[in-house]
Design a protein around this ligand. Structure first.
Ligand code: GLP
Length: 264
C-alpha cells in the first residue's frame, strides 16, 4: 500500500483523476470499479473536466459500481444509478450499456448477487477499483464483521452508516437499511485499488484502516492484504497517521509520483 497526502481535498481528487486518466490512457479497455458518496463527487467533477478537455476517452471502458440500495428503482433520484448518471455517466462518453450496478429491485437477492459476480468475471475482472471509506470503516457497504473473503451480497446497514447517509435523502427516514455490495473478496480481486479519503471526520478511521491491525471489524483494513493499493488523503484526513513524514517523502521523491507534481 502507498499513502499519498495532498494539502487539500481538491488536490487529492485531482491527483486521483490524473491516475485514472493515465490508467485509461494505457489501457482504453479498462474495467473500472466505481464508488459513490460525497468524496467521489469531487473526483467525478475532475474526471469530467479532464474528459471535456480531451484528456480522457471513456468510450471503450466498462464499469461496475460497488453497491446499490435495496428497494430503490434505478430511476429513483436517491439510487446510486441516478447518482452515477448525474455525476459522471451523463457527462462523459462512456456507453451506458457498459456501466453496471446491482439491481436494487431484484426479487431474488442471492441470484442478483451471483449474476453481478458473473458479469464482473465475464468482463475479465476489474482493472482499477475506486473506493471511499465510510465512518464505520466500510468499503462498499461491507459493514463491520463482513468476511474478509466475502463476495457480492445483500447486507444490512449499521446505524453509523444510516446516520452518515440519510441526510442525503429528502426525508432521512426514506433511506433504505439494506444494500447490495461487492464483497471484500470481490474488491481485493481488482488489479489495482485507489482509495480517496478527505476531511477531518475520516481521520480516526483512516489511521485505523491503514496503520491498524487487519480486522473484519474495519473492512478497509483488508486493503493491507492487496498488492497494489494507493490511498490518497488530504491533510485533514491524514492528521492521525503515524508515518506522515514517510508518506510525504514518498510523494516528493519517488519517480512515479514526481511526474504529477506540476499537474496537481
Ligand atoms: C457510502 C458508500 C461507500 C462510500 C461512503 C463514503 O456509504 N457505500 O462506498 O465510501 O459512502 O461516503 P462519503 O464520501 O460521502 O463520506
Amino acid at each position: 500500500m502507498q499513502v499519498i497526502i495532498q494539502p487539500t481535498a481538491e488536490k487529492a481528487a485531482r491527483l486521483a483523476a490524473l491516475l485514472i486518466a493515465d490508467q485509461i490512457g494505457t489501457n482504453p479497455f479498462t474495467v473500472l470499479g466505481l464508488a459513490t458518496g460525497r468524496t467521489m463527487e469531487r473526483l467525478y467533477s475532475q474526471l469530467v473536466e479532464l474528459y471535456s478537455s480531451g484528456k480522457i476517452d471513456f468510450s471503450k471502458c466498462r464499469s461496475f459500481n460497488l453497491d446499490e440500495y435495496v428497494g430503490l428503482e434505478p430511476t429513483d433520484p436517491h439510487s446510486y444509478r441516478s447518482y452515477m448518471n448525474r455525476n459522471l455517466f451523463d457527462k462523459i462518453n462512456i456507453d451506458k450499456e457498459s456501466t453496471h450496478l446491482p439491481d436494487g429491485v431484484a426479487e431474488d437477492y442471492a441470484a442478483e448477487a451471483r449474476h453481478y459476480e458473473e458479469l464482473i468475471e465475464q468482463a475479465g475482472g476489474i482493472d482499477l477499483q475506486l473506493l471511499g471509506i465510510g465512518r464505520s470503516g466500510h468499503i462498499g457497504f461491507n459493514e463491520p464483521l463482513s468476511a474478509l473473503r466475502s463476495r457480492t451480497r445483500e447486507k444490512g446497514l449499521t446505524r453509523t452508516t444510516i446516520d452518515q447517509n440519510s441526510p442525503l435523502f429528502d426525508r432521512p427516514e426514506d433511506m433504505p437499511s439494506r444494500a447490495f455490495t461487492m464483497g471484500i473478496g470481490t474488491i481485493l480481486d481488482a488489479r489495482k485499488i485507489l482509495m480517496v479519503v478527505t476531511g477531518s471526520e475520516k481521520a480516526d478511521i483512516l489511521a485505523k484502516a491503514v496503520e491498524g491491525p487487519v480486522t473484519s471489524m474495519i473492512s478497509a483494513t483488508a486493503l493491507q492484504l492487496h498488492e497494489s493499493t494507493v490511498v490518497i488523503a488530504d491533510e485533514d484526513a491524514a492528521r492521525d497517521l503515524q508515518a506522515q513524514d514517510y508518506y510525504h517523502w514518498l510523494y516528493e521523491n519517488e519517480p512515479e509520483w514526481r511526474k504529477y507534481h506540476d499537474k496537481v
